[in-house]
Design a protein around this ligand. Structure first.
Ligand code: ATP
Length: 359
């Protein structure tokens, strides 16, 4: 099947900065693909390159299987929403949403346009603002109008650059749920850029992790979560962060921590003597005894997080954190001895010098 968007071996340099360093990216037809990366990783440059607003120094961009070399941005059929939105400040929100539908390219009969704008405004929660001039809206409201303006017209792909960044936490969470319900989004390939891993996990059919102008891992949320490419990807997803215990593979093929205090069985295959890190997510560590590997430690500190409690436990010379239901952690005091357990399948193994997982 041809990909909706295919970026192959793209390099893009600005002066001394390698913004894109051999970027390969494929987005499937109809897919909602999240591109996640820290500031400066090349996210915006990727979107602009797909849109034709930046030209690759080398490599190719294909849309629907067609090479985009020499194709102007307005002929690419993609709709892009920038973080810095371009709206008409004196016009009403409605007119800002309607103007793309008045262009010869996307003209819709007035009744159909009203219906489309109505649906999108409703889901973006801006129906009540449609008569207001955009210049008098808040940043968050304006950002939603800008997003609506992109979604309102038919496109072969939507390219969205942190479109929820100016919304407060509650609204952002609500909008995440709404965004994928918008008919146009359900039916259109979407490439969505974010630096927020929670957003990427919530929205992405697949996620691409961008680092220094390259994709280091592409996968579903399960793949990224359970089989992270390296410790950095593992640390990018999940709060509190994943625990990483440094150690080595013993002669018997188990794991022993660097301080010699923690031993755990690990999947067969790692060569004895290999320096490794064992990763375990705080929500995969439980207090008490259970059907898995047992560990013992002492409480270092506890912190209430709403209905659950983050417990930091001293395990040998390490600290590990776990998240337990409030009832289970009630009454724990610093220096109390505690027992912990973890399911074997929730232990992630990484090689220390080459942070990938072995095998
Ligand atoms: P952010 O999350 O901060 O927006 P990003 O992942 O979108 O970051 P890009 O904006 O793609 O990153 O930038 C990648 C690198 O290229 C950065 O180091 C940036 O400073 C540089 N860069 C991007 N555009 C230009 C430009 N027009 N001129 C010079 N340098 C640029």
């Amino acid at each position: 099947m041809t990909s909706a968007i295919a970026v192959r071996g793209v390099h893009k340099r600005f002066g001394k900065v390698n913004a894109l360093d051999g970027l390969d990216l494929e987005v499937r037809e109809g897919e909602f693909f999240c591109l996640l990366g820290p500031s400066g990783a090349g996210k915006t440059t990727t979107l602009k390159t797909v849109a034709g607003l930046e030209l690759p120094d080398s490599g190719t961009v294909e849309l629907g299987g067609a090479d985009m070399r020499g194709v102007e941005p307005y002929d690419r059929g993609v709709a892009m929403c920038f973080e810095s939105y371009a709206l008409y400040p004196h016009k009403s929100a409605y007119d800002n949403l309607a103007s793309p539908l008045r262009s010869p390219r996307h003209r819709l009969p007035a009744a159909q346009a009203r219906e489309r704008i109505g649906e999108i405004a409703e889901l973006l929660g801006i129906s009540a603002l449609l008569d207001r001039p955009v210049g008098r809206l808040s940043n968050g409201q304006r950002q939603r109008v800008a997003l609506g303006r992109v979604l309102v017209r038919p496109a072969r792909a939507f390219l969205l650059d942190e479109p929820l960044s100016h919304l407060d936490a509650k609204l952002r969470q609500q909008m995440r749920a709404e965004l994928k319900a918008i008919g146009a989004v359900r039916h259109t390939t979407t490439l969505y850029v974010t630096h927020d891993s929670v957003e990427a996990l919530a929205l992405g059919d697949r996620i691409g992790v961008l680092r220094d102008g390259r994709i280091v891992q592409t996968g579903t949320r399960e793949e990224i979560w359970y089989r992270p490419y390296d410790t950095e990807v593992a640390r990018a997803f999940g709060r509190p962060r994943i625990n990483l215990l440094p150690g080595a593979v013993t002669a018997e093929g188990g794991f022993r921590s660097a301080d010699g205090k923690v031993e755990l069985p690990i999947p067969a295959g790692a060569a004895p003597g290999t320096e490794v890190l064992i990763g375990v997510r705080p929500r995969d560590l439980s207090l008490g005894e259970g059907p898995g590997h047992q560990l013992t430690g002492t409480v270092y500190v506890t912190e209430v997080l709403g209905r659950s409690v983050e417990v930091t436990v001293r395990l040998g010379e390490q600290h590990v954190s776990l998240v337990a239901p409030r009832g289970d952690a009630a009454g724990l005091r610093p220096d109390d001895p505690v027992r912990l357990w973890v399911r074997p399948e929730n232990l992630l193994l990484f090689e220390a010098d080459r942070p990938q997982r072995p095998g």
